[in-house]
Design a protein around this ligand. Structure first.
Ligand code: AMP
Length: 238
């Protein structure tokens, strides 16, 4: 166990403020942000806030936001900043975010990053944000996205090529039939990649310029990538 992980454990045991603080996971569609966020949740005990998951929950519940977002997401485009920022603002008011949180898939545009930076600047007791980008090459991303299957019950993420369930199409944990996201097709992936290059790549540069940034190689095992993220965060929190 690393000294950082030890410190987190100690912080938890003594009730001191835990250390991870706000972590941003950036990366193209299929880079493994959701998978890694779940690993970090287990390790650090802070919540994953996935704007994609929150939007999909709104779509499933048929809220006004969900009705607006559904078509946009289906085309692989980005939901307007004001709507996503508002959704994140509400989520960040929950008390479980007090010791930190992992923002998965947010910010995805420079205005979203500006909004988040401004918000954090008003919270003097908050640790500065650390952005981690997971890098994976295009062909690998395509394979991951088109092979991805999700458990609708426990949200576990599988991949038919590289991380298949024990029984074809069935969640190992829940026994539920796995589902494929509507936007995980090759055609929509291409549009999502266009949105990533045009809108999100500048966000990566923004955090790189601020010096609060690390890039990890996402073409490794889940455990090795998680260890790379922990090491990067540990370095920057020293
Ligand atoms: P994800 O689950 O992160 O791949 O997101 C799925 C889709 O939700 C994206 O293709 C966008 O349409 C939408 N979405 C998720 N996060 C954001 C965000 N931060 N800003 C705008 N749209 C988002």
């Amino acid at each position: 166990m690393s000294s950082f992980t030890n410190a987190v454990e100690t912080g938890r045991a003594t009730g001191r403020k835990a250390l991870p603080g706000p972590i941003l996971l950036l990366g193209a569609p299929g880079a493994g942000k959701g998978t890694q966020a779940k690993e970090l949740v287990k390790l650090w005990g802070i919540p994953q806030i996935s704007t994609g998951d929150l939007l999909r929950a709104n779509v499933a519940q048929g809220t006004e936001l969900g009705r607006t977002a559904k078509e946009i997401m289906g085309r692989g485009e980005l939901v307007p900043d004001s709507l996503v920022n508002e959704m994140v603002a509400v989520r960040l008011q929950q008390p479980d975010t007090a010791n930190g949180y992992i923002l998965d898939g947010f910010p995805r545009t420079l205005p979203q990053a500006g909004w988040l930076d401004g918000r954090l600047a008003t919270q003097t007791q908050a640790l500065p944000v650390i952005a981690v980008s997971i890098h994976v090459d295009y062909n690998q991303l395509l394979r991951r996205v088109t092979g991805r299957r999700n458990c609708p019950v426990c949200q576990a993420i599988y991949n038919v090529y590289v991380n298949p369930p024990k029984r074809d199409g069935i969640c190992d944990v829940e026994g539920a039939a796995l589902v494929q996201r509507a936007d995980d097709t090759e055609k929509v992936f291409e549009e999502r990649m266009r949105a990533y290059e045009a809108m999100t790549a500048p966000v990566v540069e923004h955090y790189r310029d601020l010096g609060r940034f690390a890039e990890v190689d996402g073409d490794r095992s889940i455990g090795a990538i998680a260890a790379g993220i922990v090491a990067a965060v540990e370095r920057m929190r020293e």
